[in-house]
Design a protein. Sequence first.
Length: 199
Amino acid sequence: MHPLYEKFLLEKVVVILRGLAPENAVACGDALSQAGITLMEVPLNRPGALESIRLLAEHFRGSGIHIGAGTVLAPEEVEKVREAGGEFIISPNARSSVIRRTKELGLLSMPGFATPGEAFDAMDAGADLLKVFPCGSPENVSVLKSVIPLPVFAVGGIGKENKRAYLRTADGVGVGIGIFRPEQSPEELYESAKEFLEA
């Protein structure tokens, strides 16, 4: 069991920092941590993502705030994330080579799936947790969870207005624009995260 496994199940919210600029990374990370967020994902499909991960990982080292990468599509990217200090790997798909490399390097693996077949392939490759993406309705998550033994996080379209409905069926949620938008000031981001957590 990966050391972060229990942390994910306890915290239940991963904030997806899509489009985060490296020069804003630490200020945004501080705003989120002050609001109570401890799991932050920086998707790799934007320029500067690895630099943002490096800055955040250094800033929060030993603090109980954990930084990882999203949209990780290749084993080589897993290696770069680990070099940058990231601790978990989240993908939109269930590529076994990515999952295996993640586990070999000692990081937590959360691949994405849409069907039970993909979920079981991910488990066979060693996934720690799963994300259903796009998650569809809370009912869809519930049906998938009825056959899948690993914890499942719902991702795609989660906001403060539907958070409770998803958390009744999912083990956690990944939240992008429901909390973070690149144009927000740190103060706006703090308020947005606070509102989401209190909703």
